[in-house]
Design a binder for this molecule. Sequence first.
Ligand code: GDP
Length: 177
Amino acid sequence: FLQLRTPDRCFKIVLCGDSGVGKSSFLERFCQNTFNEKTQVTIEIGFQMKSLVIDSTVISLQIWDTAGQERFRSLPHSYFRKADGVVLLYDITCEKSFQSVTSWLVNIQEVDIDQSAVIILIGNKEDLATTQRVISTECGKRLAEDCGAFFIETSAKTGHNIFETFDYMARTLQTRE
Ligand code: GDP
């Protein structure tokens, strides 16, 4: 039914964050509802489409994944161009990925992203919280507040808060002019 109905609105969402934080897994969980322990690193940038119904409006999300490009150099400007939303991930078990958040934000600003773009900061791998967490929820929240982003902890492995992330994104974009 969703596939047959023309979307009422379409938004471009980009994923970013250090290699290994779980971007591909996050997208795979949302689009296919599956999880693989070892996701293969591909070299091409690509996107996946997924539709959501928010208050009887069909919203189509075009979600871009870096597919490993971030390991070699910063992402091309075209990656962020005309993005309506940015999902910036770090891994709650990896300090370095959290420290990188600031440089990712600088990176985003440098490409002149639309000031009204919705930014969501994600602390991923929440399923490892009891055994391997190094970044507290508080630290994540504080950083998100400082940069005007929404904050949420997720797990691509269990599916925790993955749908909620995109639901929040779609609702926020939908209510915006
Ligand atoms: P990317 O480089 O940011 O795209 O990260 P990947 O999606 O390739 O994930 C890197 C590794 O972390 C893979 O081995 C994944 O299986 C694993 N991973 C991703 N998300 C989670 C998660 O939520 N929990 C756990 N435990 N592992 C995860």
